[in-house]
Design a protein around this ligand. Structure first.
Ligand code: SF4
Length: 889
């Protein structure tokens, strides 16, 4: 038997980039814990990171190449990909092929994909799903600094006196980083301001929440700049010595935001709150402004980024400890993708197409005379080009555009009619349905390479499992196709370490210190050095310069060495609500889910927090639309519709609705936020407006409701609405229809899967309006149960779900109780899971509060809830508050 071993690797979810120790026990089982030595997390993990060990099963994995839906060998599949791409290029030119890639790829995968498309195919048509996430920050950085650079490091958040979180639900989306901020708040009194139209979990622990109107961020930050100018709180020496463009920018800001009253009115804020924010910012020398998707995912995202950066340049708060603008990335390797040039408008190693010298330099380095000479199509435009036939061959790598690109119905239609679609991925997704060739890629735990987190720290992802079936590393698949297209000499890598060395060497090639993105110090790593590579920041030049924080001393990578103020004005928002679409719909993440749930959706612990697609509404809006909590509703925009349960939430802003971005066709009938989103993009970054679209909502008149609790993994068809969530031992399918109950029973019964060896118990009520069935396997355990009833008439299902998990033979009493759905002995229900880390439910917390635990600390000491990643603390506090209000009444 093999010895247990522990492998040091990196979490594959968000841009915090936490270090993970994966322990493989002698029996082959894997468990994970936070790496205490990793400087991003010092041993902490959030609920998603903690459950990584539960994502390593083979459910839904692609194990073998497929051509047209049939299994194929690698040679046949790779030959076909190379042939079709070569044919399209020969007949129609290089710009008729495209790669759409992902921030899930490792830097080495990204590097060879970019090199193949831009260097050897000779087109700029490679873009990444980071376009949906970070492109506005990239464009804003390049306008202000001359290069796409995040100047600060995480430590700055612990040294700041003021942290401004704008467009960032950090508590849920970057939980470990958020906990570092809260420690600073507790220990040194750091003030936190949250700027977000929604009252998120992040806003629950802050000193000031500005619930501004969607899309008015430029006005708010122009108002801040004007305030700083008018109150003399600017750093005139820094402006004079290290920047350009201040006068015009300040003049426009003052014209745009002439008074705090005008700002407050334009942003939908109380003037006192805007004033309080401005006073805090003016007073705190050490200020970090953290921004994320709420800023980036906008038709004016780049202007928002520059409005923020302008305030930091005006105060000289950049390149110094505890201060600076700080864009945090959504994906684990969005930064690595930006570094290699994975965005269509970038070339490679932070060099762009604007300068012929860059093209010449990269061409010589790659020995690629046919290199692309201009940028390619950005994501939304790329899928438009697929739709209108300009793109003949498309390769999607590790991402799910059929769900995530806005106006997803059009994207699906485009994929369906594209001449040739290749998808390489780890699991089946809504996008793999459109693949002519499907290539199985290695997943987390199998991949070998590097990622860069939000603070420019490069860490290793190390493999600790062999790829299952015939899955292969992405870099290997790309190089094999390149070789078949005739470029084998330039893609002859034997291991990711070789690719990393080349990537590092390119960043240093003819650099001479002008380009801060310089990994020259890593260009000569040995295989052993690469294997043991410890997390570290770039730049790391071959001259031995090592810097953590950038722009120290006020020197910027622009031609004159000065940072550039960018004059921006508040533009009208892309869409306004109107009588047809009266709700402002916002989309975003849930606490325990990741992207389109391809990994997290299989983990029962992570599905327990929000197990059905739900749209959040303010109580007054719900009442105005005659909706109540739990109703099924149709939510529509000018681009499409979805169905989701109504969740009436006091914290939801009136006139606004919120829909999570995660639900795909793998987990619900029709609930993908991408079906609703607008394809309007920012003119500078090409990033789509995902954060705001006018919507309307109507109640679905449901005739019946049902639940199937089963061991089987299904994708139901023919139902108006279904969703599913993983539980221990199987799945729960929530079913709803607009048909009368008797027809609903007929429909739902088609889902029952009774095997010859199973015993079927059935009951139909006398009027034919309710139905119960259970299948008992040959060992006497419940294999599945189906309950159908009129809306709101189903019993709770906790006991039946627990029977699925135990797989124990049923007692006689259990058998008798089975069709009632109720345990024959009292079984306390834990309620909705609040703390995913320790699986603690709302009912358990409420009873602890009832017995005297009246603080977060007391709940933590009693139940452990909230003591790990901390992202459930706001919900625990809400339960405590509600209980105390009840007691007072
Ligand atoms: S905060 Fe959570 S999801 Fe993000 S890297 Fe850390 S463990 Fe992973």
């Amino acid at each position: 038997m093999e010895e247990a071993r522990e492998v040091r690797t990196t979490c594959p979810y968000c841009g915090v980039g936490c270090g993970v120790l994966a322990k493989i026990a002698a029996d082959g089982t894997t468990s994970v814990r936070g790496d205490p030595d990793h400087p991003a997390n010092f041993g902490k993990l959030c609920s998603k990171g903690m459950t990584l060990g539960e994502t390593l099963g083979l459910e839904g994995r692609l194990l073998q190449p497929e051509i047209g839906g049939r299994q194929a060998g690698w040679d046949e599949a790779l030959d076909l990909v190379a042939e079709k791409f070569s044919q399209a290029i020969a007949e129609h030119g290089p710009d008729t092929v495209a790669f759409y890639v992902s921030g899930q790829l490792l830097t080495e995968d990204y590097y060879v994909a970019n090199k193949l498309m831009k260097g050897f195919i000779g087109s700029g048509n490679i873009d990444t799903n980071s376009r949906l996430c970070m492109a506005s920050s990239v464009a804003g950085h390049r306008r202000a600094f001359g290069e796409d650079i995040v100047p600060g490091v995480y430590e700055d958040l612990e040294r700041a006196d003021l942290i401004v979180l704008t467009g960032s639900n950090t508590a849920w989306c970057h939980p470990v980083l958020y906990q570092r901020m809260l420690v600073a708040r507790r220990e040194r009194g750091t003030k936190i301001v949250v700027i977000d139209p929604r009252r998120t979990a992040t806003a629950d622990e802050c000193d000031l929440h500005l619930a501004l109107d969607p899309g008015t961020d430029v006005l708010l930050f122009n108002g801040l700049l004007a305030h700083l100018v008018l109150t003399g709180k600017i750093d005139t020496d820094f402006i004079r010595d290290h920047t350009s463009g201040f006068d015009a920018t300040a003049a426009l800001a003052c014209a745009d935001a002439p008074s705090i009253a005008r700002v407050a009115k334009g942003c939908g804020l109380a003037a006192a709150d805007a004033q309080a924010f401005y006073d805090l910012f003016a007073a705190a020398e050490r200020t970090v402004t953290v921004y994320s998707q709420g800023v980036n995912q906008s038709a004016h995202g780049t202007d928002k980024v520059n409005a923020i950066i302008n305030c930091h340049l005006a105060t000289g708060r950049i390149g110094k400890p505890g201060m600076g603008p700080f864009s945090v990335t959504g994906q684990p390797n969005a930064m690595g993708g930006r570094e290699v040039g994975g965005l269509a408008n970038q070339l490679a190693a932070h060099m762009d197409f604007a300068d012929e010298a860059n093209i010449d330099r990269v061409s010589r380095f790659w020995k690629a005379p046919d290199i692309a000479r201009r940028g390619g199509l950005k994501a939304v435009d790329m899928f438009q080009a697929v739709a209108d036939g300009r793109i003949k061959a498309l390769w999607v790598m590790g991402t799910n555009p059929a769900v995530s690109i806005p106006d997803a119905s059009r994207v699906r239609a485009a994929l369906a009619k594209c001449d040739f679609v290749v998808v390489s991925d780890v699991t089946r997704t809504d996008t793999t349905r459109y693949a002519d060739v499907l290539l199985p890629a290695a997943g987390w735990g199998e991949k070998d390479g590097t990622v860069t987190n939000s603070e420019r720290r490069i860490s290793r992802q190390r493999p600790f499992l062999p790829p299952p079936g015939e899955a292969r590393a992405d870099w290997r698949i790309i190089c094999d196709v390149a070789a078949r297209m005739g470029f084998g000499d330039s893609f002859d890598y034997r291991a990711p370490a070789e690719i990393f060395r080349e990537h590092a060497a390119l960043s240093a090639f003819e650099n001479g210190g002008e380009r801060p993105f310089d990994l020259g110090g890593f260009a000569d790593l040995t295989d052993e050095d690469y294997s043991t590579f410890a997390p570290r920041h770039w730049p790391a030049s071959e001259r031995g310069e090592r810097q953590t924080r950038l722009f120290v001393g006020g020197r910027f990578p622009t031609p004159d060495g000065r940072a550039r103020f960018v004059a921006v004005r508040q533009e009208a928002t892309a869409f306004a609500v109107d009588t047809d679409y009266p709700l402002a719909l916002n989309t975003g993440r849930l606490r325990d889910q990741w992207h389109t749930m391809t990994r997290t959706g299989n983990v029962p612990r992570l599905m327990a927090h929000a197990s059905e697609p739900a749209v959040d509404l303010h109580p007054a809006d719900a009442a105005a639309h005659r909706l109540k909590d739990g109703d099924l509703a149709q939510l529509s925009t000018r681009f499409g519709f979805v169905r989701a349960r109504v969740r009436v939430a006091d914290a939801q802003r009136r006139g606004h609705a919120f829909l999570p971005m995660h639900w795909s066709g793998q987990f619900a009938a029709r609930a993908a936020a991408g079906l609703l989103s607008s394809p309007i993009t920012d003119p500078h970054s090409g990033q789509p407006e995902l954060k705001h679209v006018p919507a309307r909502i109507v109640r679905e008149n449901t005739g019946w409701t049902g639940v199937l609790i089963t061991r089987r993994d299904l994708r139901p068809t023919g139902f108006v609405h279904w969703s599913r969530h993983a539980v221990e031992g199987g799945w729960v399918y929530e079913l709803t229809g607009t048909e009368p109950p008797d027809q609903g029973i007929l429909l739902a019964r088609k889902l029952l899967g009774v095997r010859p060896q199973d015993q079927l118990l059935e009951y139909t009520d006398r009027r034919g309006l309710a139905y119960r069935a259970a299948a008992i396997d040959d060992a006497g355990a419940m294999a599945e149960a189906l309950l159908v009833a009129a809306p709101d008439q189903l019993p709770t299902r906790d006991w039946l779900v627990s029977l699925l998990a135990t797989r124990q033979p049923l007692s006689t009493a259990d058998r008798h109780a089975l069709l009632s759905g109720r345990s024959p002995v009292p079984m306390p229900a834990i309620g909705r899971v609040v703390c995913a880390c320790f699986h603690i439910g709302a009912n358990q917390i409420a009873s602890a509060v009832a017995s005297g635990c009246d603080s977060l600390e007391a709940i933590g000491a009693t139940l452990r809830a909230g003591t790990n990643c901390g992202s459930c603390r706001s919900e625990i506090r809400a339960i405590i508050d509600a209980r105390q209000v009840q007691a007072a009444e």
